[in-house]
Ligand binder design. Structure first.
Ligand SMILES: Cc1cc2nc3c(=O)[nH]c(=O)nc-3n(C[C@H](O)[C@H](O)[C@H](O)COP(=O)(O)OP(=O)(O)OC[C@H]3O[C@@H](n4cnc5c(N)ncnc54)[C@H](O)[C@@H]3O)c2cc1C
Length: 384
């Protein structure tokens, strides 16, 4: 479709990678991006905000130049729905007619648990991480509870890795600041083996490290509710002065106003090539997708990837392997070493930040900071 018009929903890794790949492969037609802001928020970097190692300004990449270079028309709006033939995008600032569609507007956290307003959801973005930073600054004693849940209809729609990163990061920060003996940390999860999609060894490693660091656990009990000062589960309750909780993920709210098919967990349903069944030239990219994929890579299904590329088609990482984060930039030639890679110093197939985070020493931290700065500046160079 040389002169046609493709509309990309969202401006995250999945959306921007799709734009790059389209242009790289010679697509000369119109590309419209519908997203509230011309900004990429570098979410993996938010784990450094509580310790003051990164600020909001350092994690927001402006996209105006990228859009100019890629000849993208940006519609600064929220998608609100789709017409029956998926050729008209309904947005908060009017309709966009299109010949093809790439859906990469991310997932949505399920905020159904009673009292969820008492918890901070770190993965909601920079503001949430700043809230943790500010609460931590004033906390002299008490308990911090850290946990995550899943989508009951799609167990793989979970974002546990960052919560392990926040947990071990806060533990380390409090130790360095000499406050750890007065502030308890408790990790809670409805599964007795949290993170088991990473494999048995990883879970053992995580739980051993929690023990070694004196982090309490409350595992294997269904969540009931949060209160201002406690976490309540079917297996008992415990006091908490600050609760960090990542609920399971589902598809974006606007899907309700669209004809696109949904998976049991509410994501856009698509095949292994990201094609949405029953809709011509409609692809699904980024996080709000569940692709049939074997083994460890189940977790990678939750990460940004350009639409239309199956994992097999992903470019190899710098060292010739399928490194986890090559997928985020998919095909763009960007390779950012994620926090997990920086910790362990080895590339991994799926993000395993927690397993790696626990072995962090001073040298590892320095390498990690360097890797993170490198990643952000590389992304800035490519996008600006
Ligand atoms: C703390 C943390 C650590 C992480 N660490 C890692 C890691 O180590 N490795 C890794 O691979 N991943 C990591 N991730 C996950 C990674 O950041 C996400 O998987 C990735 O951002 C998903 O990209 P996406 O494009 O699918 O969606 P998003 O990044 O969520 O982008 C969605 C885009 O859609 C836009 N949007 C939303 N709603 C609408 C709407 N209605 N209309 C229009 N636009 C809309 C948003 O503004 C945004 O631009 C981490 C995430 C967090 C929070």
């Amino acid at each position: 479709m040389p002169n046609s018009h493709i509309t990309v929903l969202g401006a995250g890794f999945g959306a921007l990678s799709s734009v790059r790949v389209l242009r790289k492969r010679g697509f000369k037609g119109r590309i419209t991006v519908v997203a509230p802001r011309a900004e990429l928020h570098y979410l993996p970097g938010t784990i450094w905000i509580p310790a003051g190692l990164r600020t909001r300004e350092q994690l927001i990449v402006p996209l105006e130049n990228f859009f100019r270079r890629m000849q993208v028309e940006h519609v600064a709006a929220q998608v609100t729905g789709l017409s029956d033939d998926a050729r008209t995008v309904h947005t908060s600032s009017g309709m966009v007619q299109t010949d093809g569609l790439i859906v990469a507007s991310g997932g949505r956290f399920i905020r159904k648990l009673p009292g969820i307003e008492h918890a901070i959801t770190p993965c909601e973005g920079i503001a949430a991480a700043e809230q943790i930073r500010d609460r931590l600054r004033t906390m002299q004693q008490g308990t911090i509870a850290v946990g995550f849940g899943a989508n009951p209809n799609e167990q793989s729609a979970v974002r546990g890795g960052p919560m392990f990163e926040f947990l071990f990061g806060i533990d380390e920060q409090l130790r360095r600041e000499g406050r750890r003996d007065r502030i308890q940390l408790v990790f809670f999860n409805p599964s007795p083996r949290p993170g088991n999609r990473l494999g048995d060894k990883a879970v053992d490693h995580l739980l051993n490290e929690m023990r070694r660091r004196g982090i309490g656990t409350h595992l294997g009990h269904k969540m009931v509710r949060f209160e201002t000062d406690k976490v309540v589960t079917e297996g008992g309750e415990f006091a908490a002065d600050m609760i960090l909780f990542m609920p399971g993920l589902t598809g974006p709210a606007w899907l309700e106003q669209s004809p696109l098919p949904r998976s049991p967990g509410g994501m856009v349903a698509a095949d292994a090539h990201c094609k949405v069944a029953g809709f011509d030239k409609v692809l699904r990219g980024g996080r709000q997708r569940q692709l049939p994929r074997p083994g460890l890579d189940a977790q990678a299904g939750a990460h940004g990837r350009p639409a239309g590329r199956s994992r097999r088609q992903q470019p190899a990482g710098r060292d010739g392997r399928q490194a986890g984060h090559a997928r985020l930039q998919g095909g763009a030639g960007v390779h950012h070493r994620c926090a997990g890679q920086g910790h362990a110093g080895v590339p991994h197939r799926a993000p395993q930040p927690a397993a790696a985070a626990v072995t962090l020493d001073a040298h590892g931290q320095a390498r990690l900071r360097a890797a993170l700065s490198g990643a952000v500046s590389l992304i800035r160079q490519l996008l600006t």
